[in-house]
Design a protein around this ligand. Structure first.
Ligand code: DCT
Ligand code: MG
Length: 397
Protein backbone atom coordinates (compact mmCIF):
# COMPACT_ATOMS: atom_id res chain seq x y z
CA UNK A 1 0.00 0.00 0.00
CA UNK A 2 1.29 3.40 -0.87
CA UNK A 3 0.64 5.56 2.11
CA UNK A 4 2.02 8.78 3.45
CA UNK A 5 3.90 8.83 6.71
CA UNK A 6 4.96 11.75 8.82
CA UNK A 7 8.39 13.13 7.99
CA UNK A 8 9.97 12.16 11.27
CA UNK A 9 13.27 10.38 10.75
CA UNK A 10 15.25 13.50 9.96
CA UNK A 11 13.84 15.30 12.97
CA UNK A 12 14.54 12.29 15.18
CA UNK A 13 18.10 12.06 13.95
CA UNK A 14 18.79 15.76 14.33
CA UNK A 15 17.47 15.66 17.88
CA UNK A 16 19.61 12.67 18.53
CA UNK A 17 22.67 14.49 17.25
CA UNK A 18 22.02 17.39 19.57
CA UNK A 19 21.43 15.28 22.59
CA UNK A 20 23.73 12.39 21.91
CA UNK A 21 25.30 11.26 25.09
CA UNK A 22 29.09 11.15 25.30
CA UNK A 23 30.53 7.76 24.40
CA UNK A 24 30.05 5.53 27.39
CA UNK A 25 32.97 3.49 28.51
CA UNK A 26 31.49 0.88 30.71
CA UNK A 27 34.24 -1.01 32.49
CA UNK A 28 34.31 -4.75 31.85
CA UNK A 29 33.28 -5.45 35.41
CA UNK A 30 29.97 -3.67 34.77
CA UNK A 31 29.28 -5.50 31.50
CA UNK A 32 25.72 -6.76 31.50
CA UNK A 33 25.27 -10.45 32.10
CA UNK A 34 23.63 -11.20 28.82
CA UNK A 35 24.09 -14.21 26.59
CA UNK A 36 24.16 -12.91 23.03
CA UNK A 37 24.11 -16.35 21.47
CA UNK A 38 20.75 -16.99 23.15
CA UNK A 39 19.11 -14.11 21.32
CA UNK A 40 16.64 -15.62 18.89
CA UNK A 41 17.18 -14.86 15.23
CA UNK A 42 13.39 -14.72 14.93
CA UNK A 43 11.98 -11.35 15.89
CA UNK A 44 8.62 -12.76 16.95
CA UNK A 45 10.42 -14.67 19.67
CA UNK A 46 12.35 -11.66 20.94
CA UNK A 47 10.08 -9.96 23.43
CA UNK A 48 10.60 -6.35 22.43
CA UNK A 49 8.88 -3.53 24.28
CA UNK A 50 9.02 0.15 23.41
CA UNK A 51 11.92 0.73 25.82
CA UNK A 52 14.71 1.07 23.34
CA UNK A 53 18.14 1.56 24.96
CA UNK A 54 19.83 1.82 21.58
CA UNK A 55 17.91 4.58 19.88
CA UNK A 56 21.01 6.33 18.60
CA UNK A 57 21.87 3.19 16.62
CA UNK A 58 18.36 2.20 15.58
CA UNK A 59 17.49 5.72 14.35
CA UNK A 60 20.55 5.63 12.09
CA UNK A 61 19.67 2.10 10.88
CA UNK A 62 16.12 3.16 10.08
CA UNK A 63 17.37 6.08 7.99
CA UNK A 64 19.72 3.71 6.13
CA UNK A 65 16.89 1.19 5.65
CA UNK A 66 14.52 3.84 4.37
CA UNK A 67 17.10 5.04 1.86
CA UNK A 68 17.52 1.48 0.58
CA UNK A 69 13.74 1.14 0.43
CA UNK A 70 13.65 4.28 -1.75
CA UNK A 71 16.27 2.62 -3.95
CA UNK A 72 14.15 -0.56 -3.97
CA UNK A 73 17.09 -2.49 -2.55
CA UNK A 74 15.10 -4.85 -0.37
CA UNK A 75 18.05 -6.92 0.80
CA UNK A 76 20.03 -4.02 2.27
CA UNK A 77 16.84 -2.44 3.59
CA UNK A 78 15.95 -5.62 5.49
CA UNK A 79 19.51 -5.97 6.74
CA UNK A 80 19.25 -2.63 8.56
CA UNK A 81 15.67 -3.19 9.72
CA UNK A 82 16.61 -6.55 11.21
CA UNK A 83 19.66 -5.10 12.91
CA UNK A 84 17.49 -2.33 14.38
CA UNK A 85 15.06 -4.93 15.61
CA UNK A 86 17.82 -6.86 17.40
CA UNK A 87 19.24 -3.74 19.08
CA UNK A 88 15.74 -2.67 20.20
CA UNK A 89 15.55 -5.97 22.04
CA UNK A 90 18.83 -5.51 23.94
CA UNK A 91 18.22 -4.63 27.60
CA UNK A 92 21.33 -2.43 27.73
CA UNK A 93 22.90 0.29 25.57
CA UNK A 94 25.68 -0.88 23.28
CA UNK A 95 28.87 0.94 24.19
CA UNK A 96 31.58 -1.32 22.75
CA UNK A 97 31.84 -3.59 19.73
CA UNK A 98 32.15 -6.45 22.18
CA UNK A 99 28.52 -5.89 23.21
CA UNK A 100 27.23 -7.04 19.83
CA UNK A 101 29.43 -10.12 19.60
CA UNK A 102 27.35 -13.24 18.88
CA UNK A 103 24.15 -11.30 18.14
CA UNK A 104 22.16 -12.25 15.03
CA UNK A 105 21.81 -9.87 12.07
CA UNK A 106 25.05 -7.96 12.67
CA UNK A 107 26.56 -7.94 9.17
CA UNK A 108 29.53 -5.89 7.98
CA UNK A 109 27.57 -2.81 6.87
CA UNK A 110 25.72 -2.75 10.17
CA UNK A 111 28.88 -3.18 12.22
CA UNK A 112 30.54 -0.26 10.41
CA UNK A 113 27.68 2.04 11.38
CA UNK A 114 27.73 0.82 14.98
CA UNK A 115 31.48 1.27 15.25
CA UNK A 116 31.32 4.83 13.97
CA UNK A 117 28.49 5.77 16.33
CA UNK A 118 30.40 4.30 19.28
CA UNK A 119 33.51 6.28 18.32
CA UNK A 120 32.03 9.51 16.96
CA UNK A 121 28.60 9.65 18.56
CA UNK A 122 26.89 9.73 15.17
CA UNK A 123 26.88 8.04 11.78
CA UNK A 124 28.34 9.98 8.87
CA UNK A 125 26.55 7.62 6.48
CA UNK A 126 23.16 8.35 8.01
CA UNK A 127 23.95 12.07 7.89
CA UNK A 128 24.95 11.77 4.24
CA UNK A 129 21.62 10.10 3.52
CA UNK A 130 19.73 12.91 5.27
CA UNK A 131 21.51 15.43 3.06
CA UNK A 132 21.08 13.42 -0.12
CA UNK A 133 18.90 15.18 -2.68
CA UNK A 134 17.14 12.04 -3.86
CA UNK A 135 16.42 10.87 -0.30
CA UNK A 136 15.09 14.29 0.68
CA UNK A 137 12.73 14.36 -2.30
CA UNK A 138 11.51 10.79 -1.76
CA UNK A 139 10.97 11.54 1.91
CA UNK A 140 8.75 14.49 1.04
CA UNK A 141 6.91 12.70 -1.75
CA UNK A 142 6.15 9.56 0.28
CA UNK A 143 4.86 11.68 3.14
CA UNK A 144 1.78 12.27 0.98
CA UNK A 145 -0.99 9.69 1.49
CA UNK A 146 -1.17 7.58 -1.66
CA UNK A 147 2.38 8.24 -2.82
CA UNK A 148 4.85 5.39 -2.66
CA UNK A 149 8.31 4.66 -3.96
CA UNK A 150 7.23 3.99 -7.56
CA UNK A 151 5.38 7.28 -7.92
CA UNK A 152 8.21 9.16 -6.20
CA UNK A 153 10.68 7.63 -8.64
CA UNK A 154 8.57 8.78 -11.58
CA UNK A 155 8.28 12.32 -10.25
CA UNK A 156 11.98 12.48 -9.37
CA UNK A 157 12.88 11.42 -12.91
CA UNK A 158 10.65 14.18 -14.19
CA UNK A 159 12.93 16.60 -12.34
CA UNK A 160 10.54 17.33 -9.50
CA UNK A 161 12.18 17.75 -6.08
CA UNK A 162 9.84 19.34 -3.54
CA UNK A 163 6.19 19.25 -2.50
CA UNK A 164 5.84 22.86 -3.66
CA UNK A 165 7.00 21.83 -7.12
CA UNK A 166 4.48 18.98 -7.13
CA UNK A 167 1.66 21.29 -6.13
CA UNK A 168 2.66 23.82 -8.77
CA UNK A 169 2.81 21.25 -11.57
CA UNK A 170 -0.71 21.20 -12.96
CA UNK A 171 0.14 18.55 -15.55
CA UNK A 172 0.56 15.83 -12.90
CA UNK A 173 -2.21 13.25 -12.93
CA UNK A 174 -3.01 12.50 -9.30
CA UNK A 175 -5.04 9.53 -8.11
CA UNK A 176 -8.10 10.09 -5.92
CA UNK A 177 -6.02 8.94 -2.95
CA UNK A 178 -3.18 11.36 -3.72
CA UNK A 179 -5.62 14.24 -4.17
CA UNK A 180 -6.96 13.51 -0.68
CA UNK A 181 -3.37 13.22 0.52
CA UNK A 182 -2.57 16.74 -0.66
CA UNK A 183 -5.88 18.17 0.52
CA UNK A 184 -5.39 17.00 4.12
CA UNK A 185 -1.61 17.00 4.06
CA UNK A 186 -0.89 19.12 7.14
CA UNK A 187 -3.21 17.06 9.36
CA UNK A 188 -2.08 13.70 8.03
CA UNK A 189 1.60 14.48 8.35
CA UNK A 190 1.19 15.32 12.03
CA UNK A 191 1.14 12.18 14.15
CA UNK A 192 -2.06 10.69 15.53
CA UNK A 193 -2.08 10.81 19.34
CA UNK A 194 -3.42 8.12 21.65
CA UNK A 195 -6.24 10.50 22.71
CA UNK A 196 -7.21 10.96 19.05
CA UNK A 197 -7.06 7.19 18.53
CA UNK A 198 -9.41 6.69 21.50
CA UNK A 199 -11.82 9.32 20.19
CA UNK A 200 -11.88 7.76 16.71
CA UNK A 201 -12.23 4.33 18.26
CA UNK A 202 -15.45 5.44 19.97
CA UNK A 203 -16.84 6.76 16.70
CA UNK A 204 -15.97 3.59 14.79
CA UNK A 205 -17.29 1.27 17.53
CA UNK A 206 -20.56 3.21 17.93
CA UNK A 207 -21.12 3.30 14.21
CA UNK A 208 -20.41 -0.38 13.65
CA UNK A 209 -22.51 -1.40 16.66
CA UNK A 210 -25.59 0.49 15.52
CA UNK A 211 -26.13 -2.04 12.76
CA UNK A 212 -23.93 -4.95 13.90
CA UNK A 213 -24.50 -5.10 17.64
CA UNK A 214 -22.34 -8.20 18.04
CA UNK A 215 -19.41 -7.01 15.99
CA UNK A 216 -15.95 -7.04 17.52
CA UNK A 217 -14.00 -3.89 16.80
CA UNK A 218 -10.38 -3.83 17.95
CA UNK A 219 -7.60 -1.32 17.57
CA UNK A 220 -4.61 -3.10 16.07
CA UNK A 221 -1.30 -1.76 14.70
CA UNK A 222 1.04 0.36 16.76
CA UNK A 223 -1.57 1.49 19.28
CA UNK A 224 -2.26 -2.11 20.27
CA UNK A 225 1.48 -2.56 20.83
CA UNK A 226 1.42 0.33 23.29
CA UNK A 227 2.67 3.15 21.06
CA UNK A 228 1.60 6.64 22.11
CA UNK A 229 1.53 7.98 18.54
CA UNK A 230 1.07 6.57 15.06
CA UNK A 231 0.72 7.59 11.44
CA UNK A 232 -2.77 6.08 11.31
CA UNK A 233 -5.25 4.09 13.40
CA UNK A 234 -5.79 0.47 12.42
CA UNK A 235 -9.03 -1.35 13.24
CA UNK A 236 -10.02 -4.94 12.82
CA UNK A 237 -13.70 -5.76 12.50
CA UNK A 238 -14.83 -9.36 12.62
CA UNK A 239 -17.92 -9.16 10.61
CA UNK A 240 -17.92 -8.09 6.96
CA UNK A 241 -21.68 -7.40 7.08
CA UNK A 242 -23.12 -4.29 5.49
CA UNK A 243 -20.87 -1.39 4.67
CA UNK A 244 -19.80 0.43 7.80
CA UNK A 245 -18.23 3.16 5.78
CA UNK A 246 -21.56 4.14 4.22
CA UNK A 247 -22.79 4.96 7.67
CA UNK A 248 -19.75 7.09 8.38
CA UNK A 249 -20.16 8.70 5.01
CA UNK A 250 -23.71 9.58 5.87
CA UNK A 251 -22.51 11.33 8.98
CA UNK A 252 -20.19 13.44 6.89
CA UNK A 253 -17.24 12.07 8.81
CA UNK A 254 -15.57 10.25 5.98
CA UNK A 255 -13.37 12.65 4.05
CA UNK A 256 -11.99 9.88 1.85
CA UNK A 257 -12.37 6.14 1.54
CA UNK A 258 -11.24 3.37 -0.72
CA UNK A 259 -12.63 -0.11 -0.28
CA UNK A 260 -10.43 -3.02 -1.32
CA UNK A 261 -12.37 -6.22 -1.66
CA UNK A 262 -11.06 -9.38 -0.08
CA UNK A 263 -9.02 -11.62 -2.34
CA UNK A 264 -9.06 -14.34 0.28
CA UNK A 265 -12.82 -14.66 0.44
CA UNK A 266 -13.05 -15.06 -3.29
CA UNK A 267 -10.89 -18.15 -2.83
CA UNK A 268 -8.32 -16.89 -5.20
CA UNK A 269 -4.99 -18.57 -4.67
CA UNK A 270 -3.00 -15.83 -3.05
CA UNK A 271 -0.16 -14.53 -5.11
CA UNK A 272 3.34 -14.49 -3.72
CA UNK A 273 3.66 -10.94 -4.85
CA UNK A 274 0.75 -9.70 -2.81
CA UNK A 275 1.64 -8.84 0.71
CA UNK A 276 0.49 -11.24 3.39
CA UNK A 277 -1.82 -8.81 5.10
CA UNK A 278 -3.52 -7.70 1.96
CA UNK A 279 -6.01 -10.53 1.59
CA UNK A 280 -8.77 -9.28 3.83
CA UNK A 281 -11.40 -6.78 2.85
CA UNK A 282 -10.35 -3.36 3.98
CA UNK A 283 -11.11 0.28 3.79
CA UNK A 284 -8.40 2.93 3.74
CA UNK A 285 -10.05 6.06 4.99
CA UNK A 286 -9.53 9.60 6.17
CA UNK A 287 -11.88 10.48 8.98
CA UNK A 288 -12.90 13.90 10.25
CA UNK A 289 -12.34 14.12 13.98
CA UNK A 290 -13.93 17.17 15.56
CA UNK A 291 -11.73 18.78 18.18
CA UNK A 292 -12.30 21.71 20.54
CA UNK A 293 -11.50 25.01 18.86
CA UNK A 294 -8.44 26.86 20.01
CA UNK A 295 -9.68 30.37 20.64
CA UNK A 296 -6.81 32.85 20.45
CA UNK A 297 -9.02 35.85 19.80
CA UNK A 298 -8.42 37.41 23.24
CA UNK A 299 -4.82 37.98 22.16
CA UNK A 300 -5.90 39.57 18.96
CA UNK A 301 -8.61 42.08 19.71
CA UNK A 302 -7.87 44.31 16.75
CA UNK A 303 -8.70 41.55 14.28
CA UNK A 304 -12.13 40.00 14.21
CA UNK A 305 -11.92 36.28 13.64
CA UNK A 306 -14.85 34.67 11.97
CA UNK A 307 -15.32 31.53 14.07
CA UNK A 308 -17.04 29.76 11.22
CA UNK A 309 -13.71 29.83 9.42
CA UNK A 310 -11.72 28.33 12.26
CA UNK A 311 -11.05 24.70 11.51
CA UNK A 312 -12.42 22.63 14.36
CA UNK A 313 -11.47 19.20 13.10
CA UNK A 314 -8.44 17.14 12.18
CA UNK A 315 -8.14 14.69 9.30
CA UNK A 316 -7.02 11.28 10.57
CA UNK A 317 -5.92 8.23 8.61
CA UNK A 318 -7.91 5.16 9.54
CA UNK A 319 -7.56 1.62 8.19
CA UNK A 320 -10.53 -0.68 8.68
CA UNK A 321 -9.86 -4.37 8.09
CA UNK A 322 -12.78 -6.72 7.93
CA UNK A 323 -12.34 -10.41 8.49
CA UNK A 324 -14.58 -13.46 8.82
CA UNK A 325 -14.94 -14.54 12.43
CA UNK A 326 -12.89 -17.77 11.98
CA UNK A 327 -9.88 -15.77 10.87
CA UNK A 328 -10.17 -13.00 13.41
CA UNK A 329 -7.31 -14.24 15.59
CA UNK A 330 -4.96 -14.62 12.61
CA UNK A 331 -5.89 -11.20 11.28
CA UNK A 332 -5.44 -9.69 14.74
CA UNK A 333 -1.96 -11.14 15.02
CA UNK A 334 -1.01 -9.97 11.55
CA UNK A 335 -2.45 -6.47 11.84
CA UNK A 336 -0.97 -5.88 15.26
CA UNK A 337 2.51 -6.19 13.75
CA UNK A 338 5.06 -4.93 13.99
CA UNK A 339 5.93 -5.29 10.34
CA UNK A 340 9.37 -6.63 11.23
CA UNK A 341 7.82 -9.19 13.59
CA UNK A 342 5.49 -10.35 10.84
CA UNK A 343 7.88 -10.43 7.96
CA UNK A 344 11.10 -11.45 9.55
CA UNK A 345 9.90 -14.36 11.54
CA UNK A 346 6.44 -15.73 11.76
CA UNK A 347 6.58 -16.61 8.13
CA UNK A 348 9.85 -18.48 8.30
CA UNK A 349 9.62 -20.13 11.66
CA UNK A 350 7.13 -22.86 11.26
CA UNK A 351 7.25 -23.93 7.70
CA UNK A 352 4.60 -26.66 7.87
CA UNK A 353 2.12 -24.43 9.65
CA UNK A 354 3.09 -21.22 8.04
CA UNK A 355 0.18 -21.02 5.64
CA UNK A 356 -2.21 -21.09 8.54
CA UNK A 357 -0.83 -17.82 9.67
CA UNK A 358 0.09 -15.83 6.62
CA UNK A 359 -1.62 -17.46 3.74
CA UNK A 360 0.30 -15.57 1.10
CA UNK A 361 3.76 -16.84 1.76
CA UNK A 362 3.11 -19.78 -0.43
CA UNK A 363 6.60 -20.88 -1.42
CA UNK A 364 6.48 -24.02 0.67
CA UNK A 365 2.81 -24.83 0.40
CA UNK A 366 0.70 -27.06 -1.67
CA UNK A 367 -2.52 -25.10 -1.70
CA UNK A 368 -4.59 -28.08 -2.84
CA UNK A 369 -3.80 -29.76 0.47
CA UNK A 370 -4.36 -26.65 2.51
CA UNK A 371 -6.11 -27.26 5.80
CA UNK A 372 -6.86 -24.50 8.24
CA UNK A 373 -6.25 -24.99 11.90
CA UNK A 374 -8.83 -23.18 13.93
CA UNK A 375 -7.59 -20.58 16.36
CA UNK A 376 -9.85 -18.57 18.61
CA UNK A 377 -7.09 -16.41 20.02
CA UNK A 378 -3.55 -15.26 19.38
CA UNK A 379 -2.39 -17.56 22.20
CA UNK A 380 -3.75 -20.53 20.26
CA UNK A 381 -1.88 -19.49 17.13
CA UNK A 382 1.42 -19.32 18.98
CA UNK A 383 0.61 -22.73 20.47
CA UNK A 384 -0.15 -24.17 17.02
CA UNK A 385 3.23 -22.94 15.89
CA UNK A 386 4.98 -24.28 18.96
CA UNK A 387 6.13 -20.79 19.97
CA UNK A 388 6.21 -19.02 23.30
CA UNK A 389 3.39 -16.51 23.52
CA UNK A 390 4.45 -12.90 23.07
CA UNK A 391 2.13 -10.15 24.33
CA UNK A 392 1.19 -7.35 21.88
CA UNK A 393 3.32 -4.77 23.76
CA UNK A 394 6.29 -7.12 23.39
CA UNK A 395 5.93 -7.21 19.59
CA UNK A 396 7.78 -3.97 18.89
CA UNK A 397 10.62 -5.70 17.07
N1 DCT B 1 1.07 -4.93 8.27
C1 DCT B 1 1.95 -5.81 7.65
N2 DCT B 1 2.18 -5.72 6.32
C2 DCT B 1 1.54 -4.77 5.60
C3 DCT B 1 0.64 -3.89 6.20
C4 DCT B 1 0.44 -3.98 7.55
O1 DCT B 1 2.51 -6.68 8.29
N3 DCT B 1 1.76 -4.68 4.30
C5 DCT B 1 0.82 -5.04 9.70
C6 DCT B 1 1.96 -4.66 10.58
C7 DCT B 1 1.52 -3.45 11.35
C8 DCT B 1 0.04 -3.33 11.09
O2 DCT B 1 -0.25 -4.19 10.00
C9 DCT B 1 -0.42 -1.93 10.83
O3 DCT B 1 0.34 -1.30 9.81
P1 DCT B 1 0.89 0.19 9.99
O4 DCT B 1 -0.21 1.10 10.39
O5 DCT B 1 1.62 0.53 8.74
O6 DCT B 1 1.95 0.01 11.16
P2 DCT B 1 1.95 0.51 12.65
O7 DCT B 1 2.84 -0.39 13.38
O8 DCT B 1 0.54 0.68 13.14
O9 DCT B 1 2.65 1.92 12.50
P3 DCT B 1 2.08 3.37 12.83
O10 DCT B 1 2.10 3.48 14.31
O11 DCT B 1 3.00 4.34 12.17
O12 DCT B 1 0.69 3.45 12.26
MG1 MG C 1 -0.82 1.99 12.22
Amino acid sequence: MEAGRPVDSEMKYRLMEQSHSPPLNTPDSEAPSFVASKVSQYSCQRKTTLNNCNKKFTDAFEIMAENYEFKENEIFCLEFLRAASVLKFLPFPVTRMKDIQGLPCMGGRVRDVIEEIIEEGESSRAKEVLNDERYKSFKQFTSVFGVGVKTSEKWYRMGLRTLEELKADKTLKLSKMQKAGFLYYEDLVSCVSKAEADAVSLIVKNTVCTFLPDALVTITGGFRRGKKTGHDIDFLITNPGPREDDELLHKDLLLYYDIIESTFLKEQIPSRKVDAMDNFQKCFAILKLYQPRVDNSSYNTSKKIDMAEVKDWKAIRVDLVITPFEQYAYALLGWTGSRVSNHNSLCFLSIPNLFLLLQDHSEFMDFKKMVFLKAGSEEEIFAHLGLDYVEPWERNA
